[in-house]
Design a binder for this molecule. Structure first.
Ligand code: ADP
Ligand code: MG
Length: 360
C-alpha cells in the first residue's frame, strides 16, 4: 500500500523553546518496497514514523494509507493505531520477558479474539518464516538478541499487515550480530510483498536494506533516491557527507566541457562528472576515499594530485591515512601491504566519474 504524507508538521515545546520535529513534510512512500528514512539523531524520523502509525498526532497535514485518509487535521480525521492495519518493530525488542515465544507472537491475534485453531496456524506459519520453528515454548528471556528481534518481527507480521514499520530495530545489537541480523532482515523483507518503512541513522543499514532512501535533516526531507543515487550522485553536501566517508573540497566552476565540469579547487584543477552549474559558481567537490588510489612518488597529468602522507593508522583491512595535498587534508586508504609511510611523497589520479560536485 502506498503511503501519502502531505504537509505534515509537528512541533514540540520544551524548556521554553519550540522544536520543529517535522516541518511541512511531503512524501510518497511507494507500495511493496523498502523505504528508509535516514538522518542524524533528532531529525524527526521517529516522530514521522509514529505519525504514520497513529501514536502521534501532527499539528497539520494529512496522511493516507492505501488511499484511505488515516489522519487529516483539516477534516478532523484520526484513525486509531489498531485500525490502521500496520505492524511495527521498535528499537527495544518490546517482547514480553514473562511469556514464551508462542504467546509473544500470538498476542496481537488473541486481543482480536481470533479462534485458537487459527491462531495456532498463523503463529506456526510466521515462526517458520522467521526461522524460529521449534522455539514455541522457549521463554523469551532464553533467546539471543538476534532471536528476540526475530520474535518481534514475527509479532509484527502475524496479523498480516499491509505495511510494516521499523524504528532502528538493530541498534541494540552488537556490531557482528547487527550485520547478521541485517542480512536476515534483508532476506525476510525480500520475500514479503509488503510496504516496509524503515527508520535508521545508520547509513550502512540504509544502503543495504532499502529500495529507496529519504534523507532527513531538521524535520525536513532533503533528498530521496535509490541507495546508489544517494551514495554516488547526491545533490547536496549534507547528503554526500552523511551517507559515507567523503573528502569535501571547496571548488569553483571554471569550464563546462562535453560530459565534464572542470573546477578550480583546493587540490588543483579537476575535471568532474558534469553538473549543471554556471561558470564561477561555488560548489563542493566530493571524493570518496575508496576511489583514491595512492601511488608512491610524484606525477603529472590531468586530474593528477600530488601530496604527502601525514598520518597512517592500521585498521585491519586497510591503512587509513591522511594525505596533505595543496591546502587540503584528504582521507585515503592504503593497501594493507603498501610500502607507503608517513612523510612519503605520493600521487593519485582522480577519475572524473568519481569526482562529484554537490551544492555547497
Ligand atoms: P529521531 O527519531 O530522528 O532521532 P525524533 O523524531 O525522536 O528524532 O525527535 C525529533 C525532535 O523532536 C528532537 O529534537 C526531539 O528532541 C524532539 N522531540 C521528540 N519527541 C518529543 C517530546 N515528546 N517532547 C519534546 N520534544 C520531543
Ligand atoms: Mg528515533
Amino acid at each position: 500500500m502506498e503511503i501519502l504524507i502531505r504537509g505534515v508538521s509537528r512541533h514540540y515545546f520544551s524548556e521554553g523553546r519550540t522544536i520543529k520535529a517535522l516541518d511541512a513534510v511531503d512524501l510518497v512512500i511507494p507500495a511493496n518496497r523498502i523505504f528508509t528514512l535516514l538522518g542524524p539523531s533528532g531529525c524527526g524520523k521517529t516522530t514521522l514514523l509514529r505519525s504514520i502509525v497513529g501514536l502521534e498526532s501532527p499539528d497539520a497535514g494529512e496522511i493516507s494509507i492505501g488511499g484511505q485518509v488515516v489522519y487529516s487535521k483539516a477534516a478532523g480525521i484520526n484513525v486509531p493505531p489498531e485500525k490502521r492495519g500496520l505492524g511495527m518493530v521498535f528499537q527495544t525488542y518490546a517482547i514480553w520477558p514473562h511469556m514464551n515465544v508462542f504467546d509473544n507472537v500470538a498476542y496481537p491475534l488473541q486481543v482480536r479474539g481470533m479462534p485458537r485453531e487459527e491462531i495456532r496456524d498463523r503463529v506456526g506459519k510466521t515462526l517458520r518464516f522467521v526461522q524460529l520453528e521449534g522455539y514455541e515454548r522457549r521463554p523469551a528471556t532464553r533467546l539471543s538478541g538476534g532471536q528476540q528481534q526475530r520474535v518481534a518481527l514475527a509479532r509484527a507480521l502475524v496479523a498480516e499487515p499491509k505495511v510494516i514499520l521499523f524504528d532502528e530495530p538493530l541498534s541494540n545489537l552488537d556490531a557482528k550480530l547487527r550485520e547478521e541480523t541485517r542480512k536476515e532482515l534483508k532476506a525476510f523483507l525480500g520475500e514479503l510483498k509488503i510496504t516496509g518503512v524503515y527508520v535508521t541513522h545508520d547509513r550502512v543499514e540504509a544502503l543495504a536494506l532499502s529500495d529507496s532512501i529519504a534523507v532527513m535533516r531538521a524535520g525536513r526531507i532533503v533528498e530521496i533516491g535509490t541507495p546508489q543515487k544517494i551514495y554516488f550522485n547526491a545533490d547536496t553536501e549534507f547528503v554526500a557527507d552523511f551517507i559515507g566517508r567523503a573528502n569535501l573540497v571547496k571548488a569553483r566552476v571554471r569550464a563546462q566541457d562535453a560530459g565534464r565540469t572542470v573546477v578550480e579547487s583546493g587540490i588543483g584543477v579537476i575535471a568532474c562528472e558534469r553538473r549543471e552549474a554556471a561558470i564561477g559558481a561555488e560548489m563542493t567537490l566530493c571524493i570518496r576515499p575508496e576511489f583514491i588510489r595512492v601511488e608512491k612518488g610524484e606525477a603529472a597529468g590531468e586530474n593528477v594530485v600530488n601530496g604527502r602522507v601525514e598520518t597512517r593508522v592500521f585498521v585491519g583491512e586497510t591503512w587509513e591515512s591522511e594525505v596533505r595535498a595543496g591546502g587540503e587534508l584528504l582521507m585515503v586508504r592504503l593497501d594493507p601491504d603498501a610500502a607507503i609511510e608517513v612523510g612519503d611523497a605520493v600521487n593519485f589520479r582522480l577519475d572524473p566519474a568519481h569526482c562529484l560536485l554537490v551544492a555547497a
